[in-house]
Design a protein around this ligand. Structure first.
Ligand code: HEM
Length: 237
């Protein structure tokens, strides 16, 4: 006689309870998050174009859909971050449960476990950086004097806020270290994201293997260039 079947779980909790569901949730939310990080870096590069470009961009973005666009984007990003972390916790709990005797584990399992620990470590550094970064540039809680500056048009002077902040070597080191951790995280995760979504087959395989390191390097160089250019005096007020 067969055991009574458990009622099927629906929604997010049902999705997270299967390994493949958690992997797909991780890949889809990761796709949104890496998309945000890339576009954020590209638009922030307007720091090199001067105050008018960056301040006008920030002002126009905040005015989209009567100011609602930014809040909808924030809610969507927050939901993706929460789901991404939930999926990571679920997968790492499942991996631990599937490996009852870690000392008897073979080389492959050890390699997988190093990758998982590495992703966890770089993910935690990125999350801590994000909290600091939002308190810094979005909330104005860190360095409030830099935050409450308006430009000649009466707009939030985002350019001056960022440039003044990056004159501080401690801030620059924090951004460089956090962006290195983010780059390691992206390098591994963007490639595995494509593998999870089934795109790492056949002739695409060599391309997909390179896409993670390529995206990570572009984001790292773009973000670090801004902080380093200010402290090196290439961008100044
Ligand atoms: C040199 C690198 C970076 C610069 C110059 C920068 C700049 C900024 C600025 C100026 C804001 C505030 C925008 C505003 O309120 O007008 C902001 C917000 C934000 N940044 Fe960055 N950022 C950098 C790197 C990053 C990285 C690496 C991440 C992700 C890991 C990130 C994620 C965010 C998020 C989530 C927000 C909040 C967006 C919102 O206001 O809703 N940033 N950033």
């Amino acid at each position: 006689m067969s055991a009574p079947s458990q009622p099927a779980q629906r929604g997010i909790s049902g999705l997270m309870n299967s390994t493949i569901g958690a992997k797909i949730a991780m890949a889809l939310t990761g796709f949104v998050l890496v998309g945000f990080v890339v576009q954020h870096m590209v638009f922030n590069l307007q720091l090199f174009a001067g105050p008018e470009a960056l301040n006008a961009y920030a002002y126009n973005l905040k005015g989209l859909l009567g100011g609602n666009f930014v809040w909808m984007g924030r809610a969507f990003l927050l939901a993706c971050i929460v789901l991404h972390i939930m999926a990571a916790m679920r997968l790492s709990a499942r991996n631990r449960a599937a490996r009852p005797n870690r000392y008897a584990a073979g080389l492959k399992t050890q390699t997988t476990s190093y990758a998982a620990k590495f992703m966890l470590g770089t993910g935690i550094v990125t999350l801590l950086f994000l909290v600091y970064h939002i308190l810094h540039f979005t909330g104005g809680v860190i360095e409030p004097d830099n935050f409450h500056i308006l430009d000649s048009e009466g707009r939030h002077d985002v350019w001056r806020m960022v440039v003044t902040s990056f004159k501080n070597p401690v801030v620059v080191v924090t951004y460089v270290v956090a962006n290195i951790a983010l780059a390691f995280h992206l390098s591994h995760s963007v490639t595995s994201m494509f593998a999870t979504l089934g795109l790492q087959s056949g002739s695409y395989r060599p391309l997909i293997a390179k896409i993670g390191p390529a995206v990570a390097t572009i984001v790292l160089l773009g973000n670090i260039a801004m902080a380093v250019s200010v402290i090196a005096g290439l961008i100044h007020i």
